[in-house]
Every structure is written in structure tokens, then in C-alpha cells.
Design a protein around this ligand. Structure first.
Ligand code: C2E
Ligand code: CA
Ligand code: CA
Length: 275
């Protein structure tokens, strides 16, 4: 049975007739209507937290909670706005990272990066400036790039991703298996992890096709020296099978839902005291 956690997209359904605009989204960032929830990613064997994925939410004064699926595509069509959103997200994550470390519950945080962000060659420099301002080392921040985004303009993406990797950030290829991966390009780009798309993971115990795909991605990652992260782990059965198939890390409602900072801190305390 599906656990009783709802995605931000589910929660936003009551505002379904309203559509956000570029200018309203820009205002929302300045008015601090956006916030981050963090979803833990744990080691498949020990269950210990490895990272947290930062997921943006928009608390609209009239339309309630709006999930990223309702506004990220809009932002992606506007280069200045998607850059503003990314830099806001990094700064917010850095502030959270500093507080988590101060509370004795440090956790590296992963930020989602859109393809349109990989057009700005100054991006690595701006990110390093933010890290310096917050006093956070690159090991405490990581990036997830969706497959189609990274491969839209591979040479430009390569230049930016190589710089980020050179600074020591982990780089995960997101939603793997749903895009147009050329294995040759995959080999050229400096990723450290493959995230297996949840559409395969949710079916892994009931579909032999899904199982073959998940196993193939796990093996591909291992053979390329990358870690494999399964997202969309909703049940113990799925988690157990992923362990058998050799996935390195798990993320999903069965592990923990996306949480605000306070709940995340409590969750981390319980986990670490059980270690
Ligand atoms: P994603 O990167 O694939 O993030 C995982 C999504 O799966 C999240 O949806 C998360 O809440 C949901 N999820 C987590 N566990 C489970 C599970 O067990 N089962 C199922 N079915 N779903 C699960 P969310 O938060 O609605 O985000 C949707 C997408 O929006 C993200 O997909 C990501 O591509 C994008 N996104 C989120 N935050 C940002 C951001 O700050 N910047 C950018 N550029 N994109 C973002
Ligand atoms: Ca992601
Ligand atoms: Ca994903």
C-alpha cells in the first residue's frame, strides 16, 4: 500500500485553475514565498543518511502549496529566472547546511540543476563565491542534472560540469533511463552517480521489464565507476529487491518523505543515534 505521504504536486491540486506567470514567480522569490524541503538519500545496506535532496516548494498566499512540477518548466523558458531560482536554491541550501552542521546533524545537500542553467559559463564561479560566503566546503553540496538537460548541448554542459567536478562537487545524472542517453556522452561527462528513474523503481517488484532495466542501470553504473541511487522507493519489498540487485543508495517515501528543516533535524538525530 502506498504510504500516506503526498508529493507537493498532489498538495497543489486545489489551485489547479490558476497558472503562475514568470513575473509572479520572480516576485515570489523576492517575497520569500519559496522554501526547500529536504528528502534523505540513504545507504542501501546500512540505512544511514548519505545526502539530502533539496526540493523547492512555493507557498502561495492564495493558492496554497504549489509543487515544482507547476513552475519549473515556466522558469526554464526564461534564462534569467531559472538562474535566479538556482542561485536562490543554492543559497537557501547553504544556510540550511550551516544550521544542520551547527546542530551536529551535518548532511550534504543535493540541488537540482536545469539544462538552461548549464548555458552560463560563469555558473561555477558564482557557486564558489556563495560557498565562500557561507563557509561551506564543496563536499557539503552536490548537484543533480536531468538526463535530457545535460545532453541538450553536451559540449557546453561538459565545460561547466567539469569545472564543478574539479571543485569537488558530486554530480548525479537524474531520471536516468527516461532520456536520450548516448553511452559515449555519458562516459565523457564527469558524473559520480546515476539516479534510476522512479518509473522503473516503483514497478521493480511487479514487472520483469522494470527489474531488467533497474539491474542493467545498476551494473552500468558499477562498470563505469559510478554510484547508483534508486528514487521512488515506496515499500520495503522494493527496498529489499533493490538491495539484492546491488543498488548503492535509496530515496523514497518508504525511507522518508521530503521534510522541512525542523523535521529533517529530528529525523537525522534518530537515525544517527540508532547507528
Ligand atoms: P526529481 O528531481 O526527480 O525529484 C524527485 C521527486 O519525486 C520529488 O517530487 C519528490 O517529492 C518525489 N518523490 C520522492 N519520493 C517519492 C516516492 O517514493 N514515490 C514517488 N512517486 N515520488 C517520490 P517534487 O518535489 O514534486 O519535484 C518534482 C521535480 O521538480 C523534481 O523531480 C525536479 O526535477 C524538479 N525540482 C524540484 N525542485 C527543484 C529545484 O529547486 N530546481 C529545479 N530546477 N528543479 C526542481
Ligand atoms: Ca532530482
Ligand atoms: Ca529524479
Amino acid at each position: 500500500m502506498r504510504p500516506n505521504f503526498h508529493s507537493a504536486a498532489d498538495q497543489s491540486s486545489r489551485g489547479a485553475s490558476w497558472e503562475p506567470s514568470v513575473s509572479r514567480l520572480r516576485e515570489a522569490i523576492d517575497a520569500r514565498e519559496l522554501s526547500l524541503e529536504i528528502q534523505p538519500i540513504v545507504d542501501a545496506v546500512s540505512g544511514q543518511p548519505l545526502k539530502g535532496e533539496a526540493l523547492v516548494r512555493w507557498r502561495h498566499p492564495e493558492h496554497g502549496m504549489i509543487g515544482p512540477d507547476r513552475f519549473i518548466a515556466l522558469a526554464e523558458n526564461n534564462r534569467a529566472l531559472i538562474e535566479k531560482l538556482l542561485l536562490w536554491g543554492i543559497e537557501e541550501a547553504l544556510a540550511i547546511a550551516v544550521r544542520l552542521a551547527a546542530a551536529g546533524t551535518a548532511l550534504p545537500l543535493a540541488i537540482n540543476v536545469s539544462g538552461s542553467n548549464l548555458l552560463d559559463i560563469d555558473l561555477p564561479k558564482r557557486i564558489m563565491e556563495l560557498l565562500a560566503r557561507y563557509g561551506v566546503p564543496p563536499a557539503q553540496l552536490a548537484f543533480e542534472i536531468t538526463e535530457s538537460a545535460a545532453f541538450g548541448d553536451p559540449m557546453r554542459a561538459l565545460a561547466i560540469l567539469s569545472q564543478l567536478r574539479g571543485h569537488g562537487f558530486d554530480l548525479a545524472l537524474d531520471d536516468f533511463g527516461t532520456g536520450y542517453s548516448s553511452l559515449k556522452v555519458l562516459k565523457q561527462l564527469p558524473f559520480t552517480a546515476l539516479k534510476i528513474d522512479k518509473s522503473f523503481v516503483v514497478e521493480v517488484t511487479i514487472s520483469s521489464d522494470a527489474r531488467i532495466i533497474v539491474k542493467s542501470i545498476v551494473d552500468l553504473a558499477r562498470n563505469m565507476g559510478l554510484r547508483s541511487v534508486a528514487e521512488g522507493v515506496e515499500t520495503r519489498e522494493v527496498a529489499d529487491l533493490l538491495g539484492t540487485l546491488g543498488a548503492d543508495a535509496l530515496q523514497g517515501y518508504w525511507v522518508a518523505p521530503p521534510m522541512n528543516e525542523e523535521r529533517l533535524t529530528q529525523w537525522l538525530r534518530v537515525k544517527r543515534s540508532a547507528a
